[in-house]
Design a binder for this molecule. Structure first.
Ligand code: V47
Length: 372
């Protein structure tokens, strides 16, 4: 009989010589320089990356796995912009919608148990600023404790430009109406040259970062995203994350980082193939290891599918977003796994327990509401 080997603890797994100094830095909780993260991304095995990501995730989030009861409102799919990856815009889908405030009211009334609403959509060509202010004020009046996470930096920028207001004025007035936080959309990839190809006519990288900084200064927390798996290199990804890490050092206002995997159905970039699962695992791991100051790494399951999301729990993820209630179309149109996205609390709890994680229901600021 072959004698059983003692189970090795993760940190005793053999690490190749060329990566030992970097791995040691991660294990001793030191920050990685961008070039070290790049080397890790390019040279480490996926197993080593997962081990490092688990180390950092455990340090920052222990064995907690977060979830929220939420729903989306997408007020319109009309849009003045022409992002080449978009599968949602009315001229791509061939049919347009614009929700009235009454229709939005009904959607809020239909989700009495949710603690967060996520509002984002196309940038309408001629809605005035009052429409947005009235929308937020109406939701706030209807549901005084509902957390309102609304309008990406791009939408904020366009509200400012169309109404000759500063970003500070737009954010201040939305906050007075009841806005709590900004979602992370619109970041794509900060590199100017790639942006010129994939989304040439909207808020640029410095603009996105400036609006998030402004929001943080007004005590509006935000998330940040990165669209990956299209034409960018690892250098572009690390540069993108480094800019977010520097912003976070300055303001501390970012709650979560959400890598968004490019999906290639029904858009102008359909000729590009999608990334493999292994590449997803590498990307999430590097994000967890490099972004040592952003508390949460979210796997947005409607985009990734539940299976991949579950695997990502072992690659740095501590947050799964929420129940969603089949209220978003941005990703299903682009070919995401989940065509009618709904995740029940039972599914979430079972996924967490399978991975020895503590299932926790949160509010939008990661305050604990319930353990299971
Ligand atoms: O900026 C659009 C992405 C984003 C495609 O803050 C696509 O909690 C992949 O930011 N393939 C908007 N991605 C959504 C977003 C978001 C999602 C979930 C949670 C949060 C949060 C924010 O969706 C866009 C763009 O990067 N997107 N089309 C596509 N074909």
């Amino acid at each position: 009989m072959i004698p059983r080997q003692p189970m090795s603890n993760p940190e005793s797994i053999l690490i190749p010589e060329n990566l030992q100094t970097i791995a040691q830095k991660v294990f001793s909780n030191q920050r990685l320089a961008p070039e070290e993260a790049l080397k890790l991304a390019q040279e480490a095995s996926v197993g080593l990356l997962g081990m490092l990501a688990n180390h950092v995730r455990t340090r920052i989030n222990q064995h907690d796995l977060w979830f929220i009861r939420n729903f989306h409102i997408e007020p319109t799919n009309l849009c003045i912009h022409r992002c080449r990856f978009c599968s949602f815009r009315s001229d791509v889908t061939g049919s347009a919608w614009e929700l009235s405030l009454d229709e939005i009211k009904t959607l809020v009334e239909e989700a009495p148990e949710a603690e967060e609403v996520h509002i984002t959509g196309g940038v309408h060509p001629d809605r005035d600023f009052d429409y947005y202010l009235n929308m937020i004020a109406m939701i706030r009046k209807l549901r005084p404790t509902l957390h309102i996470k609304a309008f990406s930096a791009v939408e904020i920028d366009d509200m400012a430009q169309m109404n000759s207001l500063s970003h500070t004025e737009v954010l201040t007035r939305l906050k007075q109406a009841g806005l709590d936080a900004l979602p992370g959309g619109g970041a794509e990839i900060f590199d100017a040259q790639i942006r010129e190809t994939i989304c040439p006519d909207k808020t640029d990288g410095p603009g996105y970062l400036a609006i998030h900084r402004e929001a943080h200064l007004l005590a509006i927390s935000t998330n940040a995203t990165m669209l990956y798996g299209h034409s960018e290199t690892w250098e572009h990804r690390i540069d993108h994350m480094n800019k977010l890490r520097m912003l976070q050092d300055e303001t501390g206002g970012l709650l979560a980082f959400i890598p968004l995997k490019f999906r290639n159905k029904n858009n102008l970039m359909h000729n590009l193939s999608e990334q493999t699962l292994v590449e997803d695992l590498r990307l999430f791991s590097i994000a967890r290891v490099f972004l040592d100051n952003i508390p949460h790494l979210k796997a947005y399951w409607p985009m990734l599918g539940k299976e991949t999301t579950e695997i990502l729990l072992d690659f740095g993820v501590d947050d799964l977003d929420g129940t969603i209630h089949d209220s978003t179309r941005i990703y299903s149109m682009a070919g995401a796994e989940e065509k009618n996205p709904v995740m029940t609390l039972e599914e979430f709890v079972s996924m967490a327990k399978k991975h020895q994680r503590r299932p926790l229901r949160r509010d939008s600021l990661y305050n604990l509401l319930e353990t299971y």
